[in-house]
Design a protein around this ligand. Structure first.
Ligand code: PXP
Length: 237
């Protein structure tokens, strides 16, 4: 059964709507852990639009499972990660004008930058994952950076409009997963996974962890965070 990482960025987004102190993402992380998730994911964006520097310091102190810090390859952010020491860093592309992480990293195009970031973070004792599309060439490049983990971007699967297109995207993810595992890479997946499309991804052989944010936090508004996390764990099970 794959593990579940809960992305708590949207708790901080709600807090930032008033720039006050609640809801607190650190409390949200503790509730998600209590409900049974396996790791907490938070994205320290360069523009600090939701999670901020104080949050990641407090998260590092309070998280009892694993802390997966999403981040760009920006030098300043890498230095912060090395200081904070999350258990894992997931490198993602970042554009200021985007609403959320829109695509996977182009490891081929940005090879030197990504390889250097992987090396710095690993030297500081942090495991590194690369958020990439389900593409054989990108997986090959990811392997060459020295990263031991990838997270396959499931956005195309989640956004596919027809049954046929959804099945085709799922097939790509399955193939990418098998190919990466054959290279000795641990495979995670995430983005756009919801209560009605996660089961199929969770069933992919050897899938290690699913990272899910928006759908869990959205459901939590109506049913509470513990139940929203437990409902997703049931589906993954
Ligand atoms: N994984 C990565 C690398 C992401 O950037 C995001 C979005 O922050 C997620 C998973 C979670 O995506 P969603 O919020 O659509 O579940």
């Amino acid at each position: 059964m794959p593990k579940l990482g809960v992305n708590i960025d949207h708790i901080a987004t709600l807090r930032q709507a008033r720039r006050e102190f609640e809801p607190d993402p650190v409390l949200a992380a503790a509730i998600c852990e209590e409900a049974g998730c396996d790791s907490i994911v938070a994205h320290l964006r360069e523009d600090r639009r939701h999670i901020n520097d104080s949050d990641i310091k407090r998260l590092r102190k309070s998280i009892k499972t694993r802390f997966n810090l999403e981040m760009s390859v920006n030098r300043e952010i890498i230095a912060i990660a090395c200081r904070i020491q999350p258990d894992q860093a997931t490198l993602v592309p970042e554009r200021r004008e985007e609403i959320t992480t829109e695509g996977g990293l182009d490891v081929i195009k940005n090879f030197d930058k990504v390889r250097d970031a992987v090396s710095k973070l690993q030297k500081s004792g942090i495991e590194v994952s690369l958020f990439i599309p389900a593409d054989k060439k990108q997986i090959g490049a990811a392997k060459k950076t020295g990263a031991k983990i990838i997270e396959i971007h499931t956005g195309c699967y989640a956004n596919a409009k027809t049954k046929k297109a959804t099945e085709a995207e799922l097939k790509k993810i399955k193939y990418a997963c098998k190919y990466a595992q054959g290279l000795g890479i641990t495979v995670n997946a995430g983005h756009g996974l919801k209560y009605d499309n996660t089961k199929e991804v969770a069933a992919i052989p050897g899938m290690y962890e699913l990272n899910i944010g928006h759908s869990i936090i959205s459901r939590a508004v109506f049913v509470g965070l513990p139940k929203a996390v437990k409902d997703m764990l049931k589906i993954i099970n």
